[in-house]
Design a binder for this molecule. Structure first.
Ligand SMILES: NC(=O)c1ccc[n+]([C@@H]2O[C@H](COP(=O)([O-])OP(=O)(O)OC[C@H]3O[C@@H](n4cnc5c(N)ncnc54)[C@H](OP(=O)(O)O)[C@@H]3O)[C@@H](O)[C@H]2O)c1
Length: 201
């Protein structure tokens, strides 16, 4: 698949590396293709390219948001219509930016008709390097109302070493952001490679 990742920081770069290793074409959509973060992300992924957001999403099968939330509005303003396109939101909103709405619900409002799922937000970015070699698979929670987008997000999560888990509809996307607060508390004890896992036996 051709995957456009908006943002090339810890999460965007980590997802790009993992998706590239899984055989996907990776394009970063960034405000500065020459920034230190962008160049570091590109250095790790053969054949990946960086461009302005509108160019990166052109022809992409999947668009992943991995931005700081403060950048959402300005980045969306540069994009063509995302109606009918699969969009995965990996973002979280914290501190003074906290609202009752998740970033995924913001995207639903800003990108009418987009096929949205939230995923890749309940881990530390360090897990993107180690997912495939963990002794107990890390769960990757995926939420949203669009079944196609959820299936794509769950397939991608499995391809890069996570155990995908259907975490419910769009109404649960804020709950996935809240889970990160629990993850951060756990990371104080266990370190940043700690991850949620499912025990169903
Ligand atoms: N860190 C984690 O472990 C983790 C895990 C899961 C989810 N998340 C969530 O994922 C998102 C990204 O986190 P991150 O750790 O990858 O952050 P990061 O390393 O700071 O990267 C953020 C990206 O957003 C871009 N950006 C920031 N401000 C911008 C602006 N005003 N306009 C345009 N682009 C802007 C940056 O571009 P420049 O390079 O040009 O600054 C960079 O590409 C956040 O919502 C975070 O909560 C983080």
């Amino acid at each position: 698949m051709r995957i456009a990742i908006l943002g090339a920081g810890n999460v965007g770069g980590g997802l790009g590396r993992a998706f590239g290793a899984a055989g996907h074409d990776v394009l970063f959509g960034v405000r500065d293709p020459e920034s230190t973060k962008t160049l570091a992300a590109l250095a790790d992924i053969p054949d990946a390219v960086a461009a302005a957001p509108a160019a990166a999403v052109e022809g992409a099968d999947v668009v992943v948001f991995a931005l700081r939330p403060v950048a959402i509005a300005a980045t969306v303003a540069e994009l063509p219509s995302m109606a009918g396109r699969i969009v995965i939101d990996a973002m979280n909103r914290f501190d003074a930016e906290v609202t009752a709405q998740s970033t995924t619900q913001d995207l639903a409002r800003l990108l009418p008709g987009a096929k949205l799922a939230k995923a890749f937000n309940t881990i530390g970015f360090e897990n993107l390097r180690s997912a495939a070699v963990r002794s107990i698979p890390a769960a990757m929670f995926v939420a949203g109302d669009d079944e196609d987008a959820k299936r794509v997000a769950m397939d991608l999560a499995a391809q890069i070493g996570f155990q995908p888990e259907d975490a419910g509809g769009m109404a649960n996307t804020k709950a996935l952001e809240e889970m990160v607060k629990v993850w951060m508390a756990l990371a104080q004890t266990h370190g940043r490679t700690v991850a949620f896992a499912i025990s169903d036996g």
